[in-house]
Design a protein around this ligand. Structure first.
Ligand SMILES: NC(=O)C1=CN([C@@H]2O[C@H](COP(=O)(O)OP(=O)(O)OC[C@H]3O[C@@H](n4cnc5c(N)ncnc54)[C@H](OP(=O)(O)O)[C@@H]3O)[C@@H](O)[C@H]2O)C=CC1
Ligand SMILES: CCCCCCCCCCCCCCCC(=O)[C@@H](N)CO
Length: 292
């Protein structure tokens, strides 16, 4: 199995990224975290130091700034597991959203991921330890199915899938494994902020999948990285969603490949059932709002 010895996590100062850095550090990895705010980074560093005794390296940079990111990669040293986890989410109907908000999500979530991977890839290919390497991307269940209020967010996360599928073919010869992680709603500072402005329909639809804690998600993510899985679902609905949307994604497990082949037809029925429910909620919501 793939062992995170030198791991770098973007967005590692909060929520899921912090939980991942914390867990990797407690398992003995050398950990670096990258985010914009140096205050949040220092706080995260102290938190991990207090509970594990391990010192993590912190780097303040914006993933949208390629030069800043490549400087961090240079300073951070060898990486065998890169976790591209930074992400922003501003929910809202496209009609009410400014294009600046749309661009913000695409820039941070998608272009920022390109910057990070492009900067880290040469060093990862030349890594001196002989074990396999990993590039893990934090997508979302909203990166497997479009959700009301998430036009830009879902687009940025669907984009990560195309990136990941193509990249896997490019890096396999260097024994680097790409993982796409698909969490449901996860209890993080980011979600608390999001919920202040989230449309009611977004919440209704997102509730189709149970909510998780950040350390539950980080545990699933780390297990997925270690087993070099391409798709990493995090809960039961996520497992169904991953089988139902397997499409042309790579699959290393014969057991899972078999399950996908057998279950695809009946999962399409379940998917249509979910869609029917969601569209019913949408129509009801509009009917109620008109009558007011
Ligand atoms: N919470 C949820 O419900 C779900 C989250 N996800 C995904 O998981 C990932 C983490 O989410 P979550 O833990 O909730 O997020 P948080 O908002 O709690 O944390 C986000 C992290 O990303 C960093 N970050 C944000 N923008 C940038 C940037 N431009 N450059 C560098 N770092 C940046 C933040 O630090 P700083 O602001 O200082 O830069 C922070 O460390 C995201 O990709 C998100 O889309 C997926 C499914 C569900
Ligand atoms: C084939 C049958 C499948 C059935 C399961 C369908 C369930 C889909 C629910 C989607 C929930 C999306 C949550 C996004 C969370 C997120 O990313 C935001 N909180 C922003 O961070």
């Amino acid at each position: 199995s793939l062992i995170p010895t030198n791991s770098t996590t973007t967005g590692g100062s909060s929520g899921i990224g912090l939980a991942l850095a914390h867990q990797a550090a407690s398992e003995g990895a050398r950990v670096s975290i990258l985010a914009r705010s140096i205050d949040k980074l220092e706080e995260a560093k102290n938190h991990i130091q207090l509970s594990t005794g391990v010192d993590v390296a912190v780097f303040a940079a914006d993933v949208r700034d390629y030069d800043a990111v490549s400087k961090v990669v240079e300073e951070a040293g060898p990486i065998n597991v890169l976790v591209v986890n930074q992400g922003v989410f501003v929910p809202g109907e496209l009609e009410k959203q400014g294009l600046d908000e749309v661009r913000f999500m695409v820039d941070v979530n998608l272009i920022g991921s390109f910057n990070m991977i492009k900067a880290a890839l040469p060093g990862m290919k030349d890594r001196k330890d002989r074990g396999p390497g990993s590039i893990a991307l934090m997508s979302s269940q909203a990166g497997q199915v479009g959700i009301y209020g998430y036009t830009a967010y879902s687009a940025s996360k669907f984009g990560l899938r195309g990136l990941a599928e193509a990249l896997q073919q490019e890096v396999i010869a260097h024994d680097i494994h790409v993982s796409l992680i698909f969490p449901p709603d996860t209890d993080t500072p980011g979600l608390v902020e999001e919920c202040k402005t989230r449309p009611q329909l977004t919440s209704i639809i997102a509730e189709s999948s149970g909510a998780m804690k950040a350390d539950e998600v980080s545990k699933k993510a780390l297990d997925g990285i270690k087993s070099a899985s391409f798709f990493v679902p995090c809960n039961f609905e996520g497992l169904l969603l991953s089988i139902g949307t397997a499409g042309m994604s790579p699959q290393r497990s014969f057991v899972m490949a078999f399950v996908e082949v057998i279950a695809t037809g009946v999962l399409r029925i379940a998917a249509l059932g979910y869609q029917w429910n969601w569209y019913t909620s949408i129509h009801k919501w509009h009917a109620q709002n008109k009558s007011k």
